[in-house]
Design a protein around this ligand. Structure first.
Ligand code: ADP
Ligand code: 5GP
Length: 210
């Protein structure tokens, strides 16, 4: 039996823009009520339909800088040389303590930073089936200017260099399949002996408890 006090997993999901990280995470949350997303802070402008506190906490550069100085971020990064993105530390710690598995959907450099500060984090890289599929999805989403699409597509080649540093790689060809594969990773990681110390310790009494 799983302990109800199990600490939630810290799942770090990265991959090139347009690969389907958002779609995958939404599906995971719909199917698993114990999975939550960390809401990042960013200085970029909201896209149409994005809501403050739901998609991101939208901050001014000054507010973001102040949070950096206060040590409020588990990790943060200056993406595309334009905007800042960062993971608020407190929220992640609270969710994990409550037993929720929490997903950080963050870029490759932030993922490496977060893994260093939380070595028990599970890193998953979402790969596209091909670069042409990636471009089609990026264009099809229709949220970026042509210039931003080109910038994100170029960045994808750099991000793919980090794949080997991740614990797992999931290829998002058919979304449902990628979702199930990610759930399998979560299930296996939850069963790691190192995450079941309560259970192990409960058997340490040996014959004296018979
Ligand atoms: P990301 O969060 O990685 O930038 P999105 O989740 O916004 O990517 O996905 C980019 C586009 O690709 C969206 O229009 C989404 O609906 C679509 N998409 C995601 N996964 C798949 C898939 N497996 N097959 C086809 N289209 C997909
Ligand atoms: P977008 O502007 O498309 O929402 O996100 C752009 C990139 O920023 C994506 O690669 C996304 O994963 C990354 N990102 C979003 N939030 C964070 C964060 O808190 N930290 C880091 N390091 N990257 C983030």
């Amino acid at each position: 039996m799983q302990s109800s006090k199990r600490k939630g997993l810290l799942l770090i999901i990265s991959g090139p823009s347009g690969v389907g990280k958002g779609a995958l995470c939404q599906a995971l949350m719909q199917r698993n009520s114990n999975i939550k997303m960390s809401v990042s802070c960013t200085t970029r402008a909201p896209r149409v339909g994005e809501v403050d506190g739901i998609n991101y906490f939208f901050k001014s550069p000054e507010e973001f800088q102040q949070m950096i100085e206060q040590g409020a971020f588990l990790e943060y990064i200056h993406v595309f040389g334009v905007d800042y993105y960062g993971t608020p530390r407190t929220c992640v710690e609270q969710q994990r303590a409550a037993g929720h598995d929490i997903i950080l959907e963050i870029d490759v450099q932030g993922a490496m930073q977060a893994k260093q500060s939380c070595p028990d984090a599970v890193t998953i890289f979402i790969a596209p089936p091909s670069m042409s599929t990636l471009k089609t999805r990026l264009i099809g989403r229709g949220t970026e200017t042509q210039q931003a699409i080109e910038r994100r597509f170029e960045a994808a080649f750099e991000e793919l260099q980090y794949m080997r540093k991740y614990d797992y790689i999931v290829t998002n060809d058919v979304l449902d399949k990628a979702v199930v594969q990610t759930e399998q990773i979560i299930a296996a990681e939850s069963l790691r002996a190192s995450r079941q110390m309560d259970l192990i310790e409960s058997f340490q009494g040996g014959f004296s408890t018979l």
